[in-house]
Design a protein around this ligand. Structure first.
Ligand code: FES
Length: 323
């Protein structure tokens, strides 16, 4: 389970564009207390989507020890609303945020490290690369982006890693080749879209490496199909409603009065998984919790990130009269 969130009032101190669609925010707590954190940690921030308050998680960029928290937000189109809200912020604006929470970390003292980033997945790895390089660790980074203009924090990474930074611009990483040449005891940390993680996990398993030595985090917005509205039925509650393209199924369920539980909201923990009764269309699984077999059977769905096309019929274990 996630650590209990401790919320605090903060102010946006500065904003800068890191790429054409990635914006960095410097955030300072009103009480001035910038806490230390492990590289890879994140904060949750409170955003407004329409009239509804919601939470979004953003990795802290860079090493701890500064006088502010730095996060970087990619403008997503279509957005579920979080990135659009963040991109409307201006210096001086207030923002509710949690203290740093650590769910993606590497321990020090390993023989070597391989950091793997895909797109905006670079954000938690910047601080890891800096920290490992500072400690003199044997570390390499593979950083894949669609095009040159999508490279974020490249100078910072070059300063830390030099030629141990390997850019994959417009080309995929050959995980099988990379993993077969790893030194024994190497710890790999990956942050990227779900297809990248699935490819890496498959190659990691094929190379017979220890599952515990591959750490990962994803951003659960990357599905097979473009986000589009779809219909949901919940017969146990006599409900039928539409999920807009810019809202998650979890948020739509909550708006309809179903108190679905959740934790990570990134398709990783499985807490939000619900039973699928039927799907008149197609499910777009966007989580990394369910196995490929479970996804193929289509009897479960992680509602925080996954979507569907057509009409989805769900069962909810939540019963208002059971409370
Ligand atoms: S809340 Fe963690 S998988 Fe949905």
């Amino acid at each position: 389970m996630a650590q209990a969130a401790k919320w605090t009032e903060t102010r946006v101190r500065a904003i800068r564009d890191v790429t054409h669609d990635v914006r960095e925010f410097e955030i300072v707590p009103e009480n001035g207390a910038v806490l230390s954190y492990a590289p890879g940690a994140h904060i949750d921030v409170g955003v407004m989507i329409g009239d509804a308050p919601q939470t979004r998680s953003y990795s802290l960029v860079g090493m701890p020890g500064g006088d502010c928290y730095k996060i970087a937000v990619k403008r997503v189109a279509p957005s579920r609303g979080g990135s659009a809200y963040m991109w409307r912020l201006a210096p001086g604006d207030r923002l509710r945020a949690t203290e740093p929470k650590s769910a993606f970390a590497v321990e020090f003292g390993r023989a070597s490290y391989l950091l793997i980033a895909g797109g905006i997945g670079i954000t938690p790895l910047v601080g890891m690369a800096q920290m490992l390089a500072k400690r003199g660790a044997d570390v390499r980074m593979l950083y894949a982006v669609r095009g040159e203009r999508d490279l974020a924090f490249a100078e910072t990474l070059r300063d830390a890693l030099g030629d141990r930074l390997e850019l994959h611009i417009g080309r995929q990483i050959d995980f099988a080749a990379e993993f077969t040449k790893l030194k024994p005891g190497t710890l790999a940390a990956l942050c990227g879209p779900i297809p990248m993680l699935e490819a890496a996990r498959g190659a990691w398993e094929a190379a017979k490496l220890s599952a515990a030595d591959l750490r990962w985090e994803t951003f659960g917005s990357s599905g097979r199909m473009a986000a589009a509205p779809f219909k949901v039925r919940v017969p146990s509650h006599d409900l039928e409603f539409d999920v807009p393209a810019d809202a998650s199924l979890l948020d739509a369920l909550r708006s309809a009065g179903i108190d679905a539980i959740s934790d990570c909201r990134k398709g990783e923990c499985g807490l939000c998984a619900m039973d699928v009764v039927a799907c008149d269309g197609e499910i777009d699984h966007r989580d990394v919790f369910l196995s490929p077999e479970e996804k193929a059977h289509g009897r479960k769905l992680c509602v925080c990130v996954s979507r569907a096309r057509g009409v989805l019929t769900l069962d909810s274990g939540w019963r208002p009269d059971a409370i």
